[in-house]
Design a protein around this ligand. Structure first.
Ligand code: SF4
Ligand code: SF4
Length: 173
């Protein structure tokens, strides 16, 4: 009896039928989510998972499948995927995890759930034109000069301003 209960629970947990799973499936990139059989190969392959116990791609997929919408969207976990696709190489069900997590980020962003550290990164790029402005020292400039590389990197700023105007502020090129 107890074993049957456990089995039933597993079947329910792995049943891809939650409204959140269907929502993710409808989002661009999220199409493959229903194929996951929860084997765990992705977690065993993932270098982020090897660095922190917090990140478990199989578990994240499971949370989507069983409908933990708010927990997933308000978490930073979908943002930790580096899109290396190693898990996808090994997934025997051809689940496109990195794109599924991108799809989840799209939904989270629309609803205003962007983790602060990621928002800060975007703000920094929009402000300086690139992420490493504060780290760009005279030494680096000298090294670039020695290597014959461009030392005037203001074009970063110009480029970002144009991207911001066109895609973020909604203006024309
Ligand atoms: S390897 Fe594929 S099928 Fe297995 S748990 Fe990960 S996503 Fe699901
Ligand atoms: S694509 Fe994302 S989930 Fe897959 S192995 Fe790379 S970091 Fe991990």
């Amino acid at each position: 009896m107890a074993n049957d209960d456990v089995k039933d629970k597993q079947v329910i947990n792995h049943m891809p039928s939650s409204s959140f799973a269907k929502e993710v499936e409808q989002e661009f990139g999220g199409e493959g989510i229903m194929k996951c059989i929860q084997c765990g190969m992705c977690t065993a392959s993932c270098m982020v998972a090897s660095m922190t116990d917090r990140y478990r791609p199989r578990q994240l997929i499971q949370k989507i499948l069983i409908g933990k919408r708010e927990e997933v969207l308000t978490s930073d976990l979908p943002w930790l995927c580096m899109t290396c696709r190693l898990c996808e190489e090994r997934c025997q069900e051809d689940v496109n995890l990195s794109e599924i997590f991108h799809a989840v980020r799209e939904i989270a962003t629309r609803e205003g759930y962007v983790p602060k550290s990621f928002q800060n990164t975007v703000d920094k790029v929009l402000e300086d034109g690139w992420l490493l402005n504060d780290a760009y020292t005279d030494f680096i400039e000298d090294d670039r000069d020695d290597l014959g590389l461009d030392i005037d990197l203001d074009w970063n700023n110009e480029f970002v301003k144009r991207v911001k105007k066109r895609y973020i502020d909604g203006g024309k090129k």
